[in-house]
Design a protein around this ligand. Structure first.
Ligand code: NAP
Length: 248
């Protein structure tokens, strides 16, 4: 039987690259999305056409009942998950903190922090050996922004990822005896559509001069690290934060 991986925000970018790679490695994969049904269904069909097993589910990670329904749907369709990629996230337009209004702050913290916490909670309930699961691996998507702070761009986004780092450190210790490993990947400047939402789709091209390797990374380069953390090759790795940043 195929092992099952759930990737939130799997319709585009890093999540989509991860979904393709886990499928190539023989896992059944469920991708979730929020708005972009077309991209999600295109990717699901691509995986199935290549001989893989895939499902796509609409679920806003900012809505608790959506997240509960998402995990239940995967369980009904595919059985127990063995890996969860806590990937769905948003970024904010470039701004200084002094100009940030409360609606902006509520939105970013709700999706990036509360959404990721609720998703991690459901993943633990489904995977924990204490509740009849088979254990597994959770990979949280943080960001190098968590340690850089992103001044004059999006301190709120950076802080939301700082919360993901802290959650990773604590949760790894809470669930280690329940057969679950928890790690975070902190990408640097990666070429995806995310940057358009900062107000500057060309951001990776402009900022690559500050990366020691002098280029932006690809979604596939981040997916390689995520998939390794999901695998048994990482069986003694938990509570760790992994930078994929070209040295930045
Ligand atoms: P992306 O290309 O913008 O894709 C984001 C994905 O998340 C899409 O599938 C999107 O689905 C989904 N999503 C957004 N809001 C959602 C919500 N409320 N509920 C459910 N799904 C939602 O982003 P990416 O660059 O691949 O980033 C993936 C993760 O890596 C994020 O957590 C991001 O913060 C982190 N990261 C990215 C970079 C980078 O440079 N790209 C760097 C560091 C960290 P829809 O299209 O359907 O809305």
């Amino acid at each position: 039987m195929n092992k099952v991986i759930l990737v939130t925000g799997g319709s585009r970018g890093i999540g989509a690259a991860t979904a393709k790679l886990v499928s190539q490695k023989g896992y059944a994969v469920c991708i979730s999305y929020n708005n972009d049904k077309l991209s999600a269904e295109r990717l699901r069909n691509e995986i199935i056409t290549s001989g893989g097993i895939a499902l796509s589910v609409q679920a806003d990670v900012g809505i608790e009942n959506d997240v509960i329904r998402l995990f239940q749907t995967v369980k009904n369709e595919f059985g127990c998950i063995s890996g969860f990629v806590n990937n769905a996230g948003i970024i904010t337009p470039q701004s200084q903190l002094v100009d940030m209004d409360i609606e902006r702050l509520k939105k970013i913290f709700n999706i990036n922090i509360i959404g990721s916490f609720i998703c991690a909670r459901e993943a633990v309930k489904h995977m924990s050996t204490d509740s009849g699961g088979e254990g597994g691996s959770i990979v949280n998507l943080s960001s190098a922004a968590a340690r850089i702070g992103s001044p004059n761009e999006f301190i709120d986004y950076a802080a939301s990822k700082g919360a993901i780092d802290t959650m990773t450190l604590g949760l790894a210790k809470e669930v280690a005896e329940q057969g679950i490993r928890v790690n975070a990947v902190r990408p640097g400047l990666i070429s995806t559509e995310l940057h358009a939402d900062t107000g500057d789709a060309n951001r990776p091209e402009k900022l690559k001069q500050y990366v020691p390797m002098k280029r932006a990374g690809t979604a596939e380069e981040v997916a390689n690290m995520i998939v390794w953390l999901l695998s048994d090759e990482a069986s003694y790795v938990t509570g760790s934060l992994f930078d994929v940043t070209g040295g930045r």
